[in-house]
Design a binder for this molecule. Structure first.
Ligand code: GUN
Length: 293
């Protein structure tokens, strides 16, 4: 029987642990962790994510500061807000929701966030530490993916992880994390992407397949090894095949044919998605502890 990895349940267990931790910290320091979330523009998906992040904070007792700015916001205005948040003692973590409008270069903003408040783990200081296997803020979606993999596969040493996709948010960091030398990693890692003539050459070799390609149906059952563990990071809105007047959310993996061959698989929705928020809250608490050390 294929195991359906329940990200929603695991995320809720982690959030319960975080809630208890926040209560302890409140007693100890008479203060709670604070997370500033910045959204520029009116991308509907980003607006939903930002709202969910605020709600996630509230549920565990983390203070959330939401800054919703118009799409016309200049780079200078955004940098000035980042500077204010960097210097605000009640803010332990700063998250600027990506993507940003075209006129603002993401790296200019990410580089301005103080590395010790970079709970997204996107600042080059944190990226460098991650690559060098030094403790840091790990990007939230890759950290969630690693948690799901580790809960299901205990003996990871020498397992072949194949990552499809090379984004800065998922593909590259997850590959680096699974390469690290600790019990939650220690894997052989291959990254394949759009330049591959035939990705199935790589995906068929995976003990653990992480798919972050950003396209529905990138992986079908014939492209995996029998018994592989499949982590689907995709979020794609498609026309519902059973009712063309409706849309539905699917991952990057064709669930039916892949689940028939996999030993375990994450569903979409309800797999990786809920884990991202749990890891964001985890990183915010980690930042608070760092600032109060
Ligand atoms: N956009 C999509 N995923 C993320 C994320 O993990 N963090 C931020 N800041 N923006 C995103």
């Amino acid at each position: 029987m294929t195991v359906i990895i329940d990200g929603k349940k695991i995320s809720s267990e982690i959030r319960e642990e975080i809630k208890q931790k926040v209560e302890e910290l409140k007693k100890k320091y008479n203060a709670v962790p604070g997370l500033a979330v910045v959204l520029v523009g009116d991308d509907p998906a980003s607006a939903v994510y930002v709202k969910m992040k605020g709600k996630g904070c509230e549920e565990v007792g983390i203070r959330s500061f939401q800054h919703i700015l118009p799409g016309s916001t200049s780079k200078e205005e955004l940098l000035s807000l980042i500077d204010k948040l960097n210097n605000d003692k009640s803010v332990n973590g700063i998250l600027v929701q990506l993507p940003l409008p075209d006129h603002i270069h993401e790296n200019d903003i990410i580089n301005a966030i103080s590395p010790d408040k970079d709970i997204d783990g996107f600042h080059p200081v944190n990226t460098g530490k991650m690559v060098a296997d030094v403790d840091c803020f790990y990007p939230c979606t890759p950290a969630g993916i690693q948690e799901l993999i580790y809960r299901y596969v205990k003996d990871l040493k020498g397992k072949h992880v194949v990552v499809v996709g090379r984004s800065n948010i998922v593909g590259k960091p997850v590959a680096n994390m699974m390469l690290q030398k600790n019990e939650r990693a220690n894997c052989i890692v291959t990254v394949c992407h759009t330049a591959a003539r035939d990705i199935s050459v790589y995906t068929k070799q995976a003990d653990i397949l992480v798919v972050a390609a950003g396209r529905a149906n990138t992986i079908t059952g014939d492209m995996i090894k029998e018994g592989a563990v499949v982590i689907d990071v995709g979020v794609n809105r498609i026309t519902d095949p059973s009712d063309s007047s409706k849309t539905k959310i699917v991952g990057d993996v064709d669930f039916e044919s892949t689940a028939a061959k996999a030993s375990a698989i994450t569903p979409v929705p309800g797999g990786v998605g809920p884990m991202t928020i749990a890891m964001l809250l985890f990183n915010t608490v980690k930042a608070f502890e760092l600032h109060n050390k």
